[in-house]
Design a protein around this ligand. Structure first.
Ligand SMILES: Cc1ncc(C[n+]2csc(CCO)c2C)c(N)n1
Length: 231
């Protein structure tokens, strides 16, 4: 059994919860409240800034030049392709780039990104990959699933989002991360595999919490919603 198959088996109930989360389902059927999506976009933009740094750590810990180049390409793709989608959505919502850069992370975003940065900076290359894998893998699976729903790709607001995450490019990225996970886990003792499994489980849980945070627009206690955009 591949290590990534073991990871999926262990986290399957959470994967199912991710796919059936109302935020995901409502992007797919086009009924998601725009305010929830707007909140999500701003928080996801902040998330991606730190996520890109995890790719930078991967570049540092890469074991050969080819792998280094791939991590660097992923860093570039996040900053210039994925975050461009967010900037375009922000413009549609009337949020300026300055407002986006100055937005503050919610408690879940802060916890998730700091956890990934902590694990990646202190751990092995395999640990970096275990931390970032649920992000790349689960979005591709979700993107593919939603793209098959009738009319989803043509939705005026959510079509672009679904198109990007179900694209071949994202598929290739997810596959590369999956292969690298299997490769880096190979030959490791059970104690280390268990550690990788725990990291993967935690970031999978954070993915679920992210959907939930967006759906409920959860910010810090006592912080009004408008302060999430501009402080
Ligand atoms: C909370 C959250 N989790 C995953 C992604 C998806 N994602 C983030 S970076 C990346 C790889 C290349 O840019 C992918 C697929 C997201 N946007 N937000």
């Amino acid at each position: 059994m591949k290590f990534t198959e073991r990871l999926l088996e262990k986290t399957l109930p959470i994967w199912r919860q991710n796919h059936s989360h109302p935020f995901v389902q409502e992007i797919g059927n086009g009924t998601l409240d725009e305010e929830k999506f707007r909140f999500y976009m701003v928080q996801d933009y902040l998330y991606l800034i730190d996520y890109a740094k995890v790719f930078a750590v991967g570049t540092m810990k890469a074991t050969d030049v080819e792998m280094m180049g791939k991590f660097a390409a992923l860093l570039n793709g996040t900053l210039n392709t994925e975050m461009d989608l967010h900037r375009k959505y922000a413009a549609r919502f009337g949020i300026t780039e300055e407002e986006l850069e100055n937005a503050k992370p919610s408690p879940i975003v802060l916890a998730y990104t700091h956890y990934m940065l902590h694990v990646s900076q202190n751990g092995s290359l395999a640990e970096v990959v275990a931390a970032l894998l649920p992000c790349a893998w689960s979005y591709w699976e979700i993107g593919k699933e939603l793209s098959e729903l009738p009319g989803a790709l043509d939705h005026p607001l959510y079509g672009d989002w679904i198109r990007m995450y179900s694209s071949e490019d994202f598929g290739e990225l997810a596959t590369w991360c999956l292969d690298l996970m299997d490769e880096t886990a190979k030959g490791k003792p059970e104690s280390e595999l268990a550690k990788l499994e725990e990291i993967f489980l935690n970031t999978t849980r954070y993915e679920y919490m992210f959907w939930d945070m967006a759906y409920t627009r959860q910010m810090w206690p006592g912080v009004k919603e408008e302060q999430t955009i501009k402080i």
